[in-house]
Design a protein around this ligand. Structure first.
Ligand code: DC
Length: 216
């Protein structure tokens, strides 16, 4: 069974997808981490983010995801990809067609024949349009920026709220206006606004929704 969880940055997708996968005993696949890992590689190697340079980089790049961890060329980079500079680079790199094609292929392979919760932007629209369940999780941009800010602070990364809000607005624009697979809710997805909801409530709601449909 495939459960697709899409939505903009900072809406609580990761927390919800992680908790939900635990509750259901499903695998959790964070597709954003794949774009972040590519952005990280370009960033540390000083590779410019455009179709030509990145197509070249992809030829010698290996992306893998297992046990909730992202691997770049065999190295676990989970703890290296959450900084704001990488977030912006990930947003830029994820707009490239060559990148999307390769990542979608990897995501389909990793989730094939599994019970999995996949989290991203285009899971319900492009990666698994036939997913068993689709949820689109969103919240106001101010609330999303506030949550991201708290998260960065908790991880002891240097930041301030105004910057995070600005970056969030920029990323929203990049993600939803790009030519290939823009962030868009699938027509058959269930919309959940988490602005005023605890994320544990959201998990309960989704698990109940799935259970209520007599699939589990
Ligand atoms: O979910 P996240 O913030 O870790 O994602 C990082 C970037 O990758 C974000 O700018 C959107 C992009 N992304 C995407 O284009 N498609 C996905 N399925 C997941 C993430």
């Amino acid at each position: 069974m495939i459960i697709a969880i899409d939505g903009p940055s900072g809406a609580g997708k990761s927390t919800v997808a992680r908790l939900l996968s635990k509750e259901l005993g499903f695998e959790y696949i964070d597709t954003g981490a794949m774009y972040r890992a590519l952005a990280y590689k370009a960033y540390i190697q000083g590779i410019e983010i455009n179709e030509i340079e990145i197509a070249e980089m992809l030829k010698t790049t290996n992306i893998n995801y297992y046990d909730n961890q992202i691997y770049l060329d065999g190295e676990n980079v989970e703890s290296l990809i959450r900084e704001e500079a990488i977030s912006l680079a990930a947003s830029k790199i994820s707009a490239l067609k060559v990148v999307r094609e390769k990542m979608v292929e990897i995501q389909r392979k990793i989730a094939a024949n599994k019970n999995a919760v996949l989290e991203g932007r285009d899971i319900g629209t492009i990666v698994f349009p036939d997913a068993d369940y689709k949820f689109f999780i969103t919240a106001s941009v101010e609330e999303r920026a506030r949550r991201r800010y708290e998260q960065l602070k908790a991880n002891k990364l240097k930041t301030d709220y105004a910057n995070v809000l600005n970056d969030m607005i920029k990323r929203d624009k990049n993600d939803s206006t790009r030519q290939f697979s823009p962030l868009k809710m699938a027509e058959d997805a269930v919309l959940i606004d988490t602005s005023k909801m605890e994320l544990t409530e959201v998990v309960k709601y989704i698990a109940g929704y799935i259970g209520g449909n007599n699939v589990l």
